[in-house]
Design a protein around this ligand. Structure first.
Ligand SMILES: NC(=O)C1=CN([C@@H]2O[C@H](COP(=O)(O)OP(=O)(O)OC[C@H]3O[C@@H](n4cnc5c(N)ncnc54)[C@H](OP(=O)(O)O)[C@@H]3O)[C@@H](O)[C@H]2O)C=CC1
Ligand SMILES: N[C@@H](CC=O)C(=O)O
Length: 435
């Protein structure tokens, strides 16, 4: 593997429910992450509010600071992870981190729904990533699918259960007959609720996510003020019971859709409790799980489903963004490749297992072998031989695969095509019968 010695420096702002899991996994899985990024990730600082709070985390005590503002201004950070929550100081910390050259990963939907336009402009100006997969629906990949995979489609409507705490409360009331207060206390104990759970039960957290979802789905910008919002505090045990008798279940829904107004078409977003018929896929979303149901012109109906809250699930989404930002930083730090993307010519795809011969033109200064090997491994395509010709930005990798399924190889090539370090996949030839 061609990982670089210079580590990418990561600072963590916040070490609560989410931050603790992020720090644990960054340190525990350091070797695996280094392979995936092509360079090691080094956790160089953790900002918290109270240095005396005991932490269930095995990292050196000297990493901790209560001066987040100084940490983000060190000037040598590659990535800052904001999991403090709230509007300020989180917003100012993110702006300072970007101004001082770091990419930022955040899980903070409240902040993005309030100041997203300004923060994304700051990221653009600094030419750094500002990623937020964890800000909507915990572990569920929904930001990238909406922004990238569905970017060519026309989305009609998005229906989401996007708050784990309220779904947990409603589910416990429905299935176990727990009271609202009992279920909320349990959701807090399990780490699902916001620091101030009013944001959950009054629907503000779901409304912030609805604003972000609407922005992604309809290529626009909404703030919290644009979202009509009702929470679940007025949902009684009797209402839950009546819904059940009518073959429905009460869910807090976030609904984003195109609407007609006297001024022409607009994007509407609202959050409120709704009776969902048991026949609808959203009715079966239990506990702190979330789901986002997308209705689009070409793809039809899609549902994204998974754990919507909690330390480890949210850390999964944060770490995905860290790896992605780190790969981008690695190619900056170790020398940018050509920016043009690959011109992929795939031969017609049959169903056979066969070997392939690929010529991949790369900039090999950015840990590119590790990145490429990982993408092959991800789709179950193993490499039989790999030969490198040339150096630096003019390198070419000649790769022969072991027997692979056509579809797996095609998926690998698609991913390679999107990598900045890959300049061209200039030929993909089937090697019938192997070599
Ligand atoms: N919990 C969840 O399931 C999910 C949370 N999120 C989002 O992730 C973010 C973090 O949530 P969560 O981990 O639950 O929150 P916690 O309240 O558990 O943790 C917040 C952390 O931030 C630290 N902190 C607070 N203020 C400051 C400050 N001024 N300077 C430095 N550190 C500070 C706290 O320090 P100390 O420990 O000393 O008090 C604590 O470590 C929020 O934006 C939340 O909305 C997103 C998806 C799911
Ligand atoms: N409090 C939030 C946490 C995740 O975003 C929720 O319950 O969904």
């Amino acid at each position: 593997m061609n990982a670089h010695d210079r580590p990418l420096r990561v600072a963590l702002l916040g070490c609560g429910v989410v931050g603790t899991e992020v720090a644990r996994r960054l340190t525990r899985d350091a070797d695996e992450l280094a392979q995936r990024v092509g360079a090691p990730l080094e956790l160089v600082g953790i900002a918290v509010r109270n240095l005396d709070t005991p932490r269930d985390l095995d990292v050196p005590a000297e990493l901790f600071t209560d001066d987040a503002a100084a940490l983000v201004r060190r000037g040598d950070l590659d990535i800052v992870v904001e999991v403090v929550g709230g509007i300020e100081p989180a917003g100012d910390l993110i702006r300072a981190a970007l101004e001082h050259g770091a990419s930022v990963v955040t899980a903070n939907k409240a902040l993005l729904a309030d100041q997203g336009a300004d923060l994304f402009e700051a990221a653009d100006k600094a030419q750094r990533d500002l990623s937020f997969e964890a800000a909507i629906a915990g572990a569920i990949p929904i930001v990238r699918p909406l922004r990238e995979s569905l970017a060519g489609d026309r989305i009609r409507r998005v229906l989401g259960i996007v708050n784990g705490t309220t779904n947990y409360i409603l589910d416990q009331m429905t299935t176990l007959g727990q009271t609202f207060d009992e279920a909320l206390a349990e959701a807090q104990r399990l780490g699902y609720a916001e620091a101030d759970p009013t944001a959950d039960v009054e629907g503000h957290d779901a409304a912030a996510k609805a604003a972000l979802l609407a922005g992604l789905a309809f290529h626009t910008h909404l703030t919290l003020d644009d979202v009509h919002c009702e929470g679940i505090t007025s949902v009684t045990a009797d209402a839950v019971q009546s819904a059940a008798e009518m073959g429905s279940v009460v869910k807090l829904l976030a609904i984003c859709e195109q609407i007609d107004t006297p001024d022409g078409p607009a994007v509407g977003a609202r959050v409120h409790p709704a009776m969902v018929p048991l026949s609808h896929p959203l009715a079966s979303v239990r506990g702190a799980y979330n789901a986002v149901f997308v209705e689009s012109e070409a793809a039809g109906e899609l549902m994204f489903y998974g754990p919507g809250a909690g330390g480890a699930p949210t850390a999964s989404a944060v770490l995905g963004d860290i790896v992605s930002a780190a790969r981008n930083r690695a190619s900056d730090v170790f020398g940018p490749g050509e920016t043009s993307h690959a011109d992929v010519r795939l031969l017609p795809i049959g169903s056979a297992h066969t070997q392939y011969h690929l010529v991949i033109e790369v900039d090999d200064r950015a840990g590119v072998l590790a990145i490429i090997a990982q993408e092959f491994a991800r789709f179950g395509v193993s490499i039989k031989t790999l030969r490198q010709e040339g150096l630096g930005s003019d390198a070419r990798l000649i790769i022969v695969t072991h027997e692979a399924e056509d579809a797996s190889l095609a998926a690998t090539v698609e991913i390679l095509r999107g990598l900045e370090v890959v300049r061209d996949v200039s030929s993909v030839m089937r090697v019938e019968g192997g070599s």
